[in-house]
Structure formats: C-alpha cells, structure tokens
Design a protein around this ligand. Structure first.
Ligand SMILES: NC(=O)c1ccc[n+]([C@@H]2O[C@H](COP(=O)([O-])OP(=O)(O)OC[C@H]3O[C@@H](n4cnc5c(N)ncnc54)[C@H](OP(=O)(O)O)[C@@H]3O)[C@@H](O)[C@H]2O)c1
Length: 308
C-alpha cells in the first residue's frame, strides 16, 4: 500500500498591481509555494518577485489566463476597469478578488461586470499596512461570492484573519467606510483637543498623553450604546441627552472664548438638540444616531441593487 502523503495542489494566483500592497500580497503567496503570476503597469516593480519565483505576465490578460484566483490591487476602481476590460474574456471560470479601496456602488458594478464574464467576485477591505500583512494584526473583510470565499479561504487566511461579511458585494466596502468613519471621528476629537490645549500654551504631546487612555476608556461605552441602538431602547439612568448637550455646549463656549473655530463639534450639538426638541432629553446619548437616520432615504437607484 502506498502511504506517501498526498498534498493538496496549491491554487494558482495572479497579483495585478505591484504597489506597496500588491508586492507584499504576491510575496506572501510565493512564500507559501503558490504558483504566482504578476503584472504591473511599470514592469520594473516585478523584478524582486520574479527573483523569488514569480512569473511576470506580458499583459493583465496573460496573468488572468494563468491563474485561478486573480487579485487586483491598484489605485482606484477606474484603474481596475481600465486594466481588466482588455482581459475580460480571460476571466471565465476564475475568481476575481479586488482589494482596491473604493465605495460600495462601484464594487457592486464590478461584481455584476465580473459575473457577466463568467467569473466569481470577491471584494476585500484590507485592515493592514503592507508590513503587517500575514501577521495577527492584519484582518480582511470579504463580501461577494461565498463559494469563492470557501474555495480560497486557506489562501485568504495567509494575508490575515479572513471574515466573510455577506454576499452583497458592496458590503465589505460599506463596513470599511463605517470603520473609517469611526476613525475620522476620533481624529476630529483629537484635533479639537490639541487646538484647545494649544490655545492655552499646552503642548499637543501633553494633551495626547492624557487623551489616549481617556479615549480607550471611553471606547468601553460603545458596545452598550450599540445594544441600545440595535434594540431601539434608549432608556438610561446614566448619561442622557440633556446632560451631554450641556457638556458639549460648555466645550463649544470655551472653544469660542479661546478664539477657536467650532466647525468640528457644533454639528454634533445640532444632532443632540434635535433629539431634545423632539422630547428625548432623558434618553441615552446613543439616541443621537436617530438624528442621522432622519436624513436617510432608502434608495431606489437600480445601480444600488445588489448584483446576484
Ligand atoms: N498600502 C496599504 O497600506 C493599503 C492598505 C489597505 C488597502 N490598500 C489599498 O490597496 C490599493 C493599492 O494600494 P498601494 O498602497 O499598493 O498603492 P501604491 O503603492 O500607490 O500602488 C498603486 C498601484 O496602482 C497602479 N496604478 C496606478 N495608476 C495606474 C494606471 N493608470 N494604470 C495601471 N496601474 C496603475 C500602480 O502601478 P505603477 O507601479 O505602474 O505606478 C501600482 O501598482 C489602494 O486602493 C489602497 O487604498 C492599501
């Protein structure tokens, strides 16, 4: 009896776009023994990868033809379209994974276009810098074809923790926009804090030393707020809208008194005030999200309908 262990054949992978991210993606697959074909507008960027065993394709279509999983990592969706249009016929039967950052609508359009050429589509939102790809710090959110995710899950896990967030192709991008919104909100608070400190001669570094642990502690309130938002039950005995509106009003007044602009926090006060005007002053601060929801109109744009 032959007892030689059989190893599963490695999927062939193309990486199109060898910028900072694409380089590391290709290196990661090469290091794990995957047949890896690369293509980049400026072919010189492929030299190091070719030295490590990658095949340099003469065109994007050639890279697609050579591979089961085709990963595109370029500047923007317009560039993705420009690169893939001449390679469209080669996509049949393959999986396209696009990790180029964008918004949900073009991800849906690209998924529909890809399906029209007989290929599966995955959209990936990468939470890593090239240096952390493949480490425990990195994670990637995927949406689109669940079959494709299952087929290539082992390869995707080489890049970082891999989470499939849903079959609607724009979802990973929507998650991305949501998480980045939280980050920019935090940055906005930081800019406000250091400007206020600076107006009184306090160094940004001094404020930041206190701010970081304070924000880490404040982040602990978010899961509770999230539960209130999901349940729609905003009853609270702790931090209500009235008390926070007074607190924020104090901050705005102090900011003006220091001769600084209030552009960052004044809109937040407007959200609080709308809730108070509607009689929700005793409700949890989390109810501020309802002021944003007032402006939400469900779209009837056919381009926004998830591609099947
Ligand atoms: N770097 C990160 O930390 C990171 C993390 C998460 C997500 N991302 C996303 O991943 C994507 C790539 O990021 P990156 O950091 O690798 O960017 P990058 O280093 O600036 O590389 C850009 C890539 O796009 C190509 N490109 C630009 N314009 C082109 C055109 N008109 N035609 C053909 N190719 C073109 C470049 O080709 P040339 O070499 O010929 O210029 C290069 O391969 C972006 O969408 C980015 O938001 C990056």
């Amino acid at each position: 009896m032959n007892t030689t262990p059989t190893s599963t054949p490695k999927h062939s992978i193309a990486v199109i776009g060898l910028g900072n991210l694409g380089q590391v993606l290709a290196e990661t697959f090469l290091a794990q023994g995957h047949p890896t074909t690369v293509w980049n507008r400026s072919p010189g960027k492929a030299e190091g990868l070719v030295a490590k065993g990658a095949t340099l394709a003469g065109s994007a279509a050639e890279a697609v033809t050579a591979s089961e999983l085709v990963i595109v990592s370029v500047l923007d969706y317009e560039t993705v379209r420009q690169i893939l249009t001449p390679a469209a016929a080669a996509l049949q039967g393959r999986t396209l994974l696009n990790v180029t950052t964008g918004t949900p609508a073009p991800a849906r359009e690209l998924a529909a276009w890809t399906a029209g050429h007989g290929a599966d589509y995955l959209d990936g939102a990468v939470y890593a810098v090239p240096q952390t790809i493949g480490t425990t710090e990195a994670f990637v959110l995927y949406s689109g074809s669940s079959d494709a995710f299952t087929t290539y899950e082992q390869e995707l896990k080489l890049l970082g923790a891999a989470t499939f967030v849903g079959t609607e192709p724009g979802l990973s991008s929507l998650y991305d926009m949501a998480l980045l919104s939280g980050m920019y909100g935090m940055f906005a608070g930081f800019f406000q804090a250091v400007a206020l400190g600076d107006s009184a001669g306090i160094k940004a570094t001094e404020i930041t030393e206190l701010l970081v642990p304070w924000l880490n502690g404040a982040a602990d309130a978010l899961p509770g707020f999230a539960q209130e938002i999901d349940s729609g039950d905003y009853a609270t005995e702790t931090s209500n809208m009235d008390i926070n509106a007074v607190g924020l009003s104090n901050i705005l007044n102090a900011t003006r008194a220091q001769g600084l602009g209030t552009e960052l926090l004044a809109p937040l006060q407007a959200l609080f005030e709308r809730q108070i005007d509607q009689g929700h002053g005793a409700a949890s601060l989390a109810r501020a999200v309802e002021s944003l929801r007032e402006a939400y109109v469900p779209t009837t744009d056919p381009a926004a309908v998830p591609a099947t």
